[in-house]
Design a protein around this ligand. Structure first.
Ligand SMILES: Cc1cc2nc3c(=O)[nH]c(=O)nc-3n(C[C@H](O)[C@H](O)[C@H](O)COP(=O)(O)O)c2cc1C
Length: 191
């Protein structure tokens, strides 16, 4: 089973890096599979640590995919990294083992500490739709126009029926990215 979370890591200059990632569990490990090249991978290999943020504010997923980086992060003591202020919970992780191949690395991370900040309020279809749309927007150059249009049309149903303010904002960011992509594509075709 794969859970979509936000991994925050520390860059070499002490600044933060935030990336959505699918993680799984194996025995007591949290398993990350970053594709190469990846800043998250680079940072984990250097720092040997990461923070796994469990969030329902899906603007973080949509924000990263649309090039935003102004997330509300809190620094952990002793340069241990950063967590998202609005996370439901976060886990501090330390690198235990790496299995490497050319395309992606598999990182086995130990759970160091778990912190609970807020309770889970229940499933929301618009939040799930934003995560799906974020994946879609990160693969615009790999998918056909028909497939993208069809998926947007379907995901829009959950947005129109169940979204709150945060989900609507995330959807607007994603659709703005899609419109820019269409404009660029049209421009290329006319050249
Ligand atoms: C829901 C979601 C899940 C993702 N899961 C992964 C993943 O498991 N591995 C990965 O390499 N990228 C994943 N991505 C894409 C990365 O978040 C994105 O490429 C990011 O910029 C990572 O690269 P970086 O470490 O260089 O920032 C995912 C994106 C989304 C929206």
């Amino acid at each position: 089973m794969i859970y979509e979370v936000i991994i925050s890591t520390m860059n070499e200059d002490g600044s933060s890096h935030v990336a959505p990632m699918g993680v799984s569990r194996k025995a007591d490990f949290v398993v990350l599979k970053p594709f190469k090249p990846s800043k998250t991978l680079e940072n984990i290999l250097t720092q040997k640590t990461a923070v796994m943020n469990i969030v329902t504010d899906v603007r973080v997923f949509a924000g990263v995919v649309t090039g935003r980086s102004n997330f509300n992060l809190v620094a952990l003591p002793c340069d241990k990294g950063f967590f998202l202020k609005d996370a439901l919970s976060y886990l501090t992780l330390s690198l235990a083992e790496i299995h490497d191949d050319e395309i992606r690395s598999t990182l086995y991370m130990n759970k160091v500490d778990v912190f609970h900040l807020s309770s889970f309020k229940g499933f929301n279809r618009a939040q799930a739709a934003i995560i799906e749309a974020s994946v879609l927007m990160s693969r615009l150059d790999l998918l056909s126009e028909d497939k993208i249009k069809q998926e947007i049309k379907y995901l829009e149903i959950a947005i129109s029926k169940t979204a709150g303010r945060k989900e609507i904002q995330a959807w607007e960011w994603l659709m703005e990215k899609y419109e820019n992509h269409c404009r660029e594509k049209e421009k290329k075709l006319n050249c």
